[in-house]
Design a protein around this ligand. Structure first.
Ligand SMILES: O=C(O)C(=O)C[C@]1(C(=O)O)C=C[C@@H](O)C=C1
Length: 264
């Protein structure tokens, strides 16, 4: 079985794929969008996609890519979840942190190390990269550059960190959804759905869930660009096959059409 992930080797997505599928063949992709496309085009049977970090919240690019591809290909579903401890380190060709002028990393990382960055390197420019491993490659071409990445990325490139811990929080964790072109499992503990609603209808949609007795565990919104209508992504506790969740989805469908993203 082939499992897609945001590469190259050594990214946190690679760690998630290895943690969940140690025996399977893994296929790296260059961007989060390409990971979801890989599932859509059946190049891989499964893929891991980061969706939420305990320090910095939702991974917006990943959720946007997932919603866009599900719109085109509704067979894509989340069928599992993997949680990975994220411990950031600073890697640099320079041996002195005061010489660092530019820092390379994945944009999701800035909010996971913002206190460290503003206290230690307040003047440094932050440069977005497609992944933390790519950040090391780019920082190595810059004599006043440094990358924030994990220890696995350092091992892949055979380098030691200049600073061993730059995360704002020790318990920093990212959760990844496992994607597949399969029906969402009926018996898992959590369900994720998406729907569109005007601002004033948000309470009605939540009421549909809460009055059915399900507990909402995650909620995020994206503006649709019209004033002021949103796409919501909501996760709640409960198996798809349970009476409670069936009732919740039926009630929600009466307010606005709902799409099941998956269950895990
Ligand atoms: O760049 C990586 O190493 C990734 O796997 C991406 C990613 C993310 O998009 O959230 C994964 C986990 C961390 O939160 C930081 C970056």
């Amino acid at each position: 079985m082939l499992v897609g992930y945001l590469g190259p080797l050594g990214t946190y997505s690679h760690a998630a794929a290895l943690q969940q599928y140690p025996e399977e063949e893994l296929k790296p992709y260059g961007t989060l969008e390409a990971v979801v496309e890989g599932v859509k085009n059946s190049e891989v049977e499964l893929a891991v996609l980061p969706v939420e970090n305990s320090t910095n919240g939702e991974v917006r690019a990943a959720l946007d890519a997932l919603i866009a591809e599900i719109g085109e290909c509704p067979e894509i579903k989340a069928v599992g979840e993997v949680r990975v401890r994220i411990a950031h380190q600073l890697f640099s060709r320079s041996s002195n942190v005061s010489q660092v002028e530019r820092i390379y990393s994945h944009p999701q990382v800035w909010g996971q190390a913002s206190h460290w960055l503003s206290s230690t390197l307040p003047g440094a420019k932050c440069i977005d990269c497609d992944s933390t491993s790519q950040a090391i490659e780019r920082a190595w071409e810059d004599k006043n550059g440094a990358a924030i990445a994990g220890s696995a990325a350092g091992s892949v490139y055979g380098i030691k960190p200049l600073i061993a811990n730059v995360s704002d929080r020790d318990e920093n964790t990212t959760r990844f959804l496992v994607l597949a072109k399969q029906p969402a499992p009926e018996n898992k503990q959590h369900t994720m759905v998406t729907f569109c609603a005007a601002q004033q209808d948000l309470c009605k949609t939540l009421e549909a869930l809460v009055s059915s007795g399900v507990q909402v565990t995650f909620l995020t919104s994206r503006p649709l660009g019209t004033h002021w209508t949103y796409r919501y992504i909501v996760e709640f506790a409960g198996a798809l096959a349970s009476e409670q969740v069936r009732e919740a989805l039926a009630k929600l469908n009466q307010v606005t059409p709902v799409t099941v993203i998956g269950a895990y």
